[in-house]
Design a protein around this ligand. Structure first.
Ligand SMILES: *[C@@H]1O[C@H](CO)[C@@H](O)[C@H](O)[C@H]1NC(C)=O
Ligand SMILES: *[C@@H]1O[C@H](CO)[C@@H](O)[C@H](O)[C@H]1NC(C)=O
Ligand SMILES: *[C@@H]1O[C@H](CO)[C@@H](O)[C@H](O)[C@H]1NC(C)=O
Ligand SMILES: *[C@@H]1O[C@H](CO)[C@@H](O)[C@H](O)[C@H]1NC(C)=O
Ligand SMILES: *[C@@H]1O[C@H](CO)[C@@H](O)[C@H](O)[C@H]1NC(C)=O
Length: 418
């Protein structure tokens, strides 16, 4: 750790000046206005989040959370065979919902695990592309977790347990639904009609906001239709101007064709996107402990599970490049988080307990990656610069070419000697 003196401190204080007047500006429903909203500061400070994919797809729990689409949309033979072999003839996707039991779901235990993993926020699937809502939505008919399956308000219960631990609570929400008749009607009308948006998407989003006051909305499923179909800009203007979370809520960038990586709040770009240099816009890398699925699947192999080194490497790279790291686990239909996932999350938490000072509330430094050694990444905080090395250096000597050392430079911690 090296200190670079006053000029660095000044540079950093300029970067942090994004305060708004108490009344705040009004946003108009267009991207130039909405994109100018400063991101509420909690998000950049939080750095580390846990993503949870849970739904009816956790019942067949095979292949991925896209089960229904692979089975009935793409008619993939291996999915058809799987259902034929394991379920009675005539089984429909809706028949899986009563088996979504959640009998082992103890939100306090999940929240404790996420806290022990070092998470400062949690993002939970309120509704995936299958359309099943993990709360008792008024516009879901009975395709929700209160009327069917768990008979519980999963969103509400998890939110309460997470917030009790001072962890921010975000909601993933899919704009589209693969097989909703009104969505298919609008699609058939080349998205010139908005039956699905007015009957389903927008009422659902406002229910979520008014009822659960999420700190974050992780929008998805936007890519088939333009933002004008989704009425995204009017929704966001309401969210930023008049909703109960207007001063704190953070959103991502998936609000219609061509929005991703261009418009909205912070950027996800594509799933698991990583830039090769420091972006000029706040971003988040979402990743999954199971490299091949976001939802739980029984056919997961050990070599498909990210190891501890890879997780920490992704985290460090992401933070050095100014991103947040959102790491996913998929619970079983009973609500168990598989021990292999727990072990990985706890390993992350153990690393963060030692090294969190260089991660939480940090800022990118003027250099992100050390040129002269394999895997050394920089972050900074005030006058401090952190060099995080992922591989123990040859001959026990770490060579850093980027810091410019002056008489005032101090090593805050002596390197550990072996
Ligand atoms: C809650 O967490 C935030 C961000 O980590 C921290 O700044 C704040 O002090 C915490 N509050 C309490 C009451 O622990
Ligand atoms: C789709 O639109 C065509 C006309 O463009 C119509 O003939 C057809 O019935 C529609 N199908 C559905 C499922 O709405
Ligand atoms: C969508 O936005 C348009 C234009 O702002 C508006 O006329 C329409 O009523 C909105 N639809 C819904 C369902 O809110
Ligand atoms: C999206 O961007 C592409 C390439 O810039 C463009 O061709 C296309 O028309 C855009 N689509 C919409 C709906 O804006
Ligand atoms: C590191 O390498 C990059 C490109 O190879 C170069 O632009 C940069 O100046 C180098 N930085 C240092 C500190 O040597």
């Amino acid at each position: 750790m090296a200190a670079e003196g006053l000029w660095l401190l000044l540079l950093l204080s300029c970067r942090g000046s994004s305060t708004r007047s108490a009344a705040g500006p009004r946003y108009s429903p267009d991207w130039s206005s909405l994109d100018a909203r400063p991101l509420p500061g909690w998000f950049d400070a939080a750095k580390v989040g846990i993503f949870v994919h849970w739904g009816v797809f956790s019942v067949p729990a095979w292949g991925s959370e896209w089960f229904w689409w692979h089975w009935k949309g793409e008619l993939q033979p291996d999915y058809q065979r799987f259902v034929r072999l394991h379920f009675p003839p005539g089984t429909s996707y809706a028949d899986f919902a009563p088996r979504f039991s959640a009998v082992d779901f103890e939100p306090e235990k999940w929240a404790q695990l996420f806290q022990d993993a070092g998470a400062r926020y949690v993002v939970f699937t309120s509704k995936h592309h299958e359309g099943f809502t993990n709360w008792g939505s008024k516009v879901s008919w009975n395709w929700n977790s209160v009327d069917t399956g768990p008979h519980r308000d999963l969103v509400g219960e998890l939110g309460e347990a997470v917030r009790k631990r001072n962890i921010s609570f975000g909601l993933y929400h899919s704009l589209f639904e693969w097989f909703h008749p009104l969505y298919l009607l609008d699609k058939n009308n080349s998205f010139k009609s908005q039956f699905f948006v007015s009957e389903k998407t927008l009422p659902e989003l406002s229910e979520l906001v008014l009822r659960y006051k999420p700190d974050l909305i992780w929008s998805d499923g936007d890519w088939e239709a333009p933002d004008t179909y989704w009425n995204s800009t009017s929704f966001l203007a309401w969210l930023y101007n008049d909703s109960p979370v207007k001063d704190t809520v953070v959103v991502n960038d998936r609000w219609g064709i061509n929005c991703s990586c261009r418009h909205g709040g912070y950027y996800n770009c594509q799933d698991k996107f990583e830039p090769g240099s420091l972006p000029d816009h706040k971003w988040e890398m979402c990743s999954s402990v199971d490299k091949r699925s976001w939802g739980y699947r029984s056919n997961m192999q050990i070599f498909e599970v990210m190891n501890e080194f890879t997780i920490i490497q992704q985290l460090v790279r992401t933070i050095s490049y100014g991103g947040n790291y959102l790491l996913n686990v998929g619970p079983t239909k009973e609500g168990q988080i598989a021990p292999i996932f727990q072990e990985r999350l706890l390993a992350l938490g153990t690393w963060l307990k030692v090294n969190g000072e260089a991660i939480y509330e940090s800022r990118p430094w003027r250099t992100q990656k050390e040129n002269r050694s394999e895997e050394t990444w920089y972050t900074s905080k005030g006058p401090a610069v952190y060099a995080i090395f992922l591989v123990w250096p040859k001959d026990n000597v770490l060579t850093l070419s980027s810091p410019v050392v002056s008489a005032r430079t101090q090593l805050a911690k002596k390197p550990r000697r072996r």
